[in-house]
Design a protein. Structure first.
Length: 592
């Protein structure tokens, strides 16, 4: 069989070409990319009959040890969202080169998909959520990708997301990060840039990096070194998606940034709910491979509309076709039925040019008129009004009754036309994404501005077993010495809030649910100076967990402050108190 090791050409060490077989089984098919002297090949595993990717390193290359070490460490990445390392062999007596073999699947890179423009917001959020979820366990053991970009993300023909070059690509690009924390930070920043690129079709360059590549995309717009928000490009994108992306790339000072893959995955899953975008992505991959543009849904509903809660327009069964620009009178004339044919039968078009005129068809003769014969039977008596017996005032009474009836009808029509239609039913509350949680302990109120900020992600991580807690206070310190401490929730945009469900660390807790003073719906920056800048909409003692709080109708705000004024006893030491929140879920509706 052509291509096996027995048929491969004999070459000097360090030289390979298409058809060469390495390790007795891995055939080199096509060179895809080069990193200096190191080449990436598309290949074929002749033993297991599967497609593979092969990194080929010439003998005595300075990166050989680093690349083989990266391949050994990357072998622990067995999550199906990674294209895993399958084999690695060094240069030696039986091998002319060092090579690393990785899994390969049919699909296209994210860079190729973005050549046709940005993805719908749902697709972009789903892709990054998948990437972040795959990276979480790797970050926990001190490993990171280090070179995550549109060329490192593959979307398969079934719409699944796969990560290529884990650890290996960072070595090929110079192993830019020397410690796990730096690599994790770089991965999280890359997640934000990928989300930005997929949502806007532009690349948000890292101004602190010497690299100027934009992966074939135009550079993102900036004002005073600040990235334009996603909604500046596409106003229809959900505010929650924009808030997540910007909290990764350039977080606001009054909100907790998203610094871990866990926080990114949780925030995006709250935006997505249970949505899976793989079918939409599979269709996009198929259209990219075939070169055919994907058709839009007949309703015109996009995935952004799904996130925003827009319902598709209803199509009635009696809809009629509209011809915008008829090219001739014949294009809009009614169809000509076949003489004598059944209704709705075949249609006869006009004679074709140059054809003989058809012979005229005589219409069928009318049915014969039969004479009416009087059978001589007795006729039925005629019925009529005996007007001579009606009272003389009857015509006037009939006229008055008619006027009264007409007046009543006119009054009813006028009332119907002038009345206000009943209000549309209010939209049912939906799950609201909490973009960030921030501790609230202003110095002006006697605080020190810190209430365990490192635990704030636990409030919105979806795990009620992890909790944020306040510092411990002596009994009576709140509200005796200072009025209280708080937890600030940011929804990313003005929201009509219906309920808050709180899972508390311990109870009972005296608290107030507060919104900024003034027009809270238009407040875009949370007041952090003092609790006096906030107004209470609900004062309550939370004595159960979880407990759902129903807010007054019309509570609209981007920010909600949970302000604790009475703390429960600290469970580990008498005479001290402490409050804690393990999980917050919110329902409501976005304000458009």
């Amino acid at each position: 069989m052509a291509g096996r090791s027995s048929d491969a050409p004999t070459l000097p060490d360090g030289e390979v070409r298409g058809g060469h077989v390495l390790g007795g089984r891995y055939r080199l098919d096509e060179k895809l990319e080069t990193y200096g002297e190191i080449a990436l090949w598309a290949g074929w595993d002749e033993t297991l009959s599967r497609s593979v990717s092969i990194y080929v390193v010439p003998p005595n290359h300075p990166s050989t040890d680093a690349l083989l070490g990266a391949a050994r460490r990357a072998a622990v990445a067995i999550d199906p969202r990674f294209l895993i390392v399958l084999d690695a062999l060094p240069y030696g007596p039986s091998e002319p080169v060092t090579f690393v073999v990785c899994q390969n699947l049919a699909g296209v890179s994210l860079q190729e998909l973005l050549q046709r423009g940005p993805l719908p917001g749902l697709d972009a959020a789903w892709v990054v959520a998948e990437l972040a979820s795959a990276l979480v366990p790797m970050h926990e053991i001190g490993l990171g990708h280090g070179a995550l970009d549109p060329t490192s993300v593959l979307v398969t023909t079934t719409g699944k997301v796969r990560i290529s070059g884990f650890l290996i690509k960072a070595v090929l690009l110079g192993d830019r990060y020397t410690d796990p924390k730096s690599t994790e930070n770089a991965d999280v920043a890359s997640l934000g840039r990928l989300l930005y690129a997929m949502s806007t079709g532009t690349w948000p360059q890292d101004l602190s990096s010497a690299s100027s590549g934009t992966f074939g995309l135009p550079p993102a717009r900036r004002t005073d070194d600040q990235l334009a928000p996603l909604t500046a490009y596409r106003p229809g994108l959900p505010p929650g998606l924009n808030a997540v992306c910007m909290q990764i790339l350039q977080p606001r000072s009054d909100a907790a940034p998203l610094r871990t893959a866990t926080a990114v995955a949780v925030a995006l899953r709250r935006v997505l709910g249970t949505v899976d975008a793989s079918q939409d992505l599979a269709a996009r991959v198929a259209s990219r491979v075939s070169g055919v543009e994907p058709e839009e849904p007949e309703t015109g509903q996009s995935t952004n509309d799904v996130l925003a809660g827009v319902r598709p327009a209803q199509v009635t069964e009696t809809a009629t076709e509209v011809i915008d620009e008829p090219t001739s009178v014949a294009a809009v004339r009614p169809p000509t039925p076949v003489p004598g044919g059944p209704p709705g039968g075949p249609v006869i078009d006009g004679p074709k040019p140059g054809a003989e005129p058809p012979n005229p068809v005589a219409p069928p003769p009318p049915p014969p008129v039969r004479p009416i014969v009087d059978p001589g039977l007795p006729r039925a008596p005629r019925l009529g009004w005996a007007t001579s017996r009606l009272p003389r005032w009857w015509p006037a009474a009939a006229l008055v009754a008619g006027i009264v009836i007409i007046t009543i009808v006119i009054a009813l029509i006028t009332k119907s036309c002038g009345s206000t239609p009943p209000p549309a039913p209010a939209a049912s509350p939906q799950a609201v994404v909490v973009v960030s949680a921030t501790d609230f302990d202003p110095q002006a109120d006697g605080g020190d501005t810190h209430e365990h900020p490192e635990k704030l992600p636990f409030v919105i991580d979806g795990d009620p077993g992890t909790c944020w807690t306040t510092e411990t206070y002596g009994t009576g310190y709140l509200p005796g010495t200072k009025p209280g401490v708080g937890l600030l929730l940011d929804f990313g945009a003005a929201t009509s809030i219906s309920t808050l469900t709180l899972t508390m660390y311990s109870t009972p807790v005296g608290m107030s649910v507060m919104v900024p003073k003034g027009d809270a719906a238009k407040t875009d920056t949370a007041p952090m100076t003092s609790v006096t800048d906030w107004s209470s909409v609900l004062d309550i003692t939370v004595d159960a967990t979880p407990q759902t709080l129903t807010l007054p109708d019309g509570t609209v705000s981007r920010f909600v402050l949970l302000y604790f004024t009475k703390l429960p006893p600290f469970p580990l030491q008498d005479g001290y108190t402490q409050a804690g929140v393990c999980e917050v879920t919110v329902t409501g509706n976005a304000v458009h």
